[in-house]
Design a protein around this ligand. Structure first.
Ligand SMILES: Nc1ncnc2c1ncn2[C@@H]1O[C@H](COP(=O)(O)OP(=O)(O)OP(=O)(O)O)[C@@H](O)[C@H]1O
Length: 353
């Protein structure tokens, strides 16, 4: 995970040398059928930040991003993007943003170079600058070797990289990425991540929506969690994880629900942990979140053994964003939406005797 200070030189089309890339206040979007997709969102994204918008399917991520990108007009609240109001200055907003939609907009009949050239024309990149800009972008997304191949021959990851390149063709200071890695294998996803980090390091502000906790953790300076159209938490990945508090002790108890419930009761009411320890039943045992879980883990095992409860293993780990999500929302993200290889922040696996 990266910890760095957002830059303030990430583009300044308004010419005032300051201000946020996005300033949103009380944003609401109710669809014509009455669906309240966004219910009063407040959000500020400083220039140069890599910002993550994290939430499960249907939470309102795409709707929000579309209001910022002027593709939907908010039914309430106000939004300023790069210093321009999305209602009064929609054209200016569009000139200063890149937008990578969930579905790629790559034309499969055209080569990579032709796709970027087409976008360059559409975005009004001056003719004299086009060729150099296209080569630069092909290099940036590692498609220079296949520049003259048709996109229909590309893998999903290559198409996504090409799509990202077309979103950047007019050098926008702010780029929206709507679930850019959904459906990609881990290798393709990692390459896209490198590319996003590279453009962010050049000063571009990035607004990323994702259902992948690991993705947000890895890339973002700051994250807001959205649920049912409302922001329920905002902070750096580290701050959000700290909010869970302490460490997590997972104890494996093979003997069914009754044994697990008894173990949970002991962990809650015994003298092992402070009163603010949080104890939850899991599929195969119990999970204790506490300030000094590591120190007191063995005490709990002894207490459980004395109570006749069999423990087959335990593991102490730092909280992940999954734990954050669970703590904030009381529900886990759809497991299918999560990546196959979550960041390894676990401590050593310790097996009880
Ligand atoms: N055109 C529409 N008309 C009515 N309701 C809509 C429309 N588009 C989206 N919705 C609803 O608005 C809510 C938010 O959808 P949205 O697509 O913004 O969520 P999301 O977080 O981006 O989810 P996903 O990851 O599935 O894209 C959902 O309940 C969705 O069914």
């Amino acid at each position: 995970m990266r910890e760095r200070t957002p830059r303030t030189d990430g583009g300044d089309p308004a010419g005032d040398g300051r201000g946020d890339a996005i300033e949103a206040s009380g944003v609401e979007l109710t669809y014509a059928d009455g669906t309240e997709a966004v219910k009063g969102i407040d959000l500020s994204v400083p220039k140069g930040e890599f910002f993550g918008f994290l939430g499960p399917n249907g939470a309102g991520k795409t709707t929000t991003i579309k209001t910022f990108a002027t593709l939907l007009s908010p039914t309430g609240g106000s939004i300023t993007v790069n210093g321009y109001d999305v209602r009064d200055d929609a054209r200016r907003v569009r000139e200063t943003i890149g937008y990578m939609a969930q579905e790629t907009s790559v034309d499969e009949e055209m080569t990579a170079r032709e796709n970027i050239r087409f976008a360059a024309r559409a975005y009004g990149v001056p003719k004299s600058e086009r060729a150099a800009r296209i080569d630069e972008l092909l290099d940036l997304v590692d498609l220079a070797d296949v520049a003259d191949k048709r996109a229909s021959e590309f893998s999903g990851g290559m198409k996504k990289r090409l799509d990202a390149a077309t979103a950047l063709v007019h050098s926008p200071p702010l780029v929206f990425l709507d679930e850019p890695t959904t459906g990609l294998d881990p290798k393709a996803r990692n390459r896209l991540w490198e590319y996003f980090e590279r453009i962010n390091e050049r000063g571009t502000t990035l607004f990323l929506t994702t259902q992948y906790l690991e993705e947000a953790d890895q890339l973002c300076d700051r994250i807001s969690v959205i649920l049912d159209g409302e922001i329920v938490a905002t902070g750096s990945p580290m701050e959000l994880k700290r909010r869970v508090g302490g460490e997590i002790l997972d104890v494996e108890i093979p003997d069914g629900d009754e044994a697990r419930e008894r173990a949970a009761e002991i962990a809650r009411t015994g003298d092992v942990f402070d009163a603010d320890a949080d104890v939850a039943l899991t599929d195969d045992g119990i999970s204790v979140t506490a300030e000094r879980a590591r120190q007191h883990g063995t005490d709990l095992l002894v207490t459980l053994r004395d109570a006749g409860i069999t423990v087959t293993g335990f593991n102490i780990r730092a909280p992940t964003l999954d734990d954050v999500f669970l703590a904030i929302t009381g529900e886990e993200l759809d497991s299918e939406a999560q990546s196959a290889d979550p960041a390894d922040v676990t401590g050593p696996e310790v097996t009880a005797e």
